[in-house]
Write a protein that binds this ligand. Structure first.
Ligand SMILES: O=C(O)C(=O)C[C@H](O)[C@H](O)COP(=O)(O)O
Length: 203
C-alpha cells in the first residue's frame, strides 16, 4: 500500500465521485484514468458506493479510495472493499486512530488550526481543507496553514478548473479535490476530456 503523500502527488486533481448506478462505475473510472486522473474518491453518498468501489478496482491504473467516511464502521466497510485510501469530511479521534491502526492512507477534512493540531498529535500531516471555498478560500487556508509548515493540504468543496491553478500555486497544497470532472450523466468522452484538462493544470 502506498502513502497519502504519493496519492496526493499522482495528479493535480482527485475526482470526488457520486455514482448512483453501479453500471456507470467502470466507464467513469476508465475515462478518468485515461484522461490522466488515476486517484478516484468514491463517496459513500449513494447506496451502491461499495459496489462501485469494487467495480472501479478492476480498471487498470485506477487507485480507488473512499470518501464521506464518517465513522469507524464506514472505515471497516471500505477496508473490506479494498480501498487504497480514505477521505473524510472531518477529523475525529476515533476515526483518526482507527485509520492509523489500519495503516490505510488517510486524508481527513479540517477547517481550523485546532483540528490540524489534533491531526498532528495523531501523527497525521496531510489534510483535506473542507469546505474550501465556503471556509474563506485560498486567503483563509494561507493564514491557517502558515504556522504548520509540515502540513500539506488538498482543498475540496467549491474548487473548479478555473480556481484550481491558484490553489495549486501554494507550496503546502499538493492537489485539489473536485466533483467537476465527472458531472452527473456525462458520457465517457466528456469525462475523459474534463479529466485531461484537469490533469494538465499547471500552478
Ligand atoms: O462527500 C464528502 O465526503 C465530501 O467531503 C464532500 C465533497 O468533497 C465535496 O462536496 C466536493 O465538492 P465539490 O467539488 O464542490 O462538489
Amino acid at each position: 500500500m502506498t502513502d497519502i503523500h504519493s496519492i496526493m502527488t499522482k495528479a493535480p486533481v482527485i475526482p470526488v465521485l457520486v455514482i448512483d448506478d453501479v453500471d456507470d462505475a467502470i466507464p467513469v473510472a476508465e475515462a478518468l484514468v485515461e484522461g490522466g486522473l488515476p486517484c478516484l474518491e468514491v463517496t459513500l453518498r449513494t447506496p451502491c458506493a461499495l459496489d462501485v468501489i469494487e467495480a472501479m478496482k478492476t480498471v487498470p491504473g485506477a487507485i480507488v479510495g473512499a470518501g464521506t467516511v464518517l465513522s469507524t464502521k464506514d472505515l471497516e466497510k471500505v477496508l473490506r472493499a479494498g480501498v487504497e485510501f480514505v477521505v473524510s469530511p472531518g477529523l475525529t479521534e476515533n476515526l483518526g486512530r482507527a485509520a492509523k491502526d489500519a495503516g490505510v492512507p488517510f486524508l481527513p477534512g479540517v477547517a481550523t488550526s485546532a483540528e490540524i493540531m489534533e491531526g498532528l498529535d495523531m501523527g497525521l500531516s496531510h489534510f483535506k481543507f473542507f469546505p474550501a471555498e465556503a471556509n474563506g478560500g485560498l486567503p483563509a487556508l494561507k493564514a491557517i496553514a502558515a504556522p504548520f509548515g509540515m502540513a500539506k493540504f488538498c482543498p475540496t468543496g467549491g474548487v473548479s478548473l478555473k480556481t484550481a491553478p491558484e490553489w495549486l500555486s501554494h507550496p503546502q497544497i499538493l492537489c485539489v479535490g473536485g466533483s467537476w470532472v465527472a458531472p452527473k450523466g456525462a458520457d465517457k468522452d466528456t469525462i475523459r476530456k474534463l479529466a485531461a484538462e484537469a490533469a494538465a493544470i499547471q500552478p
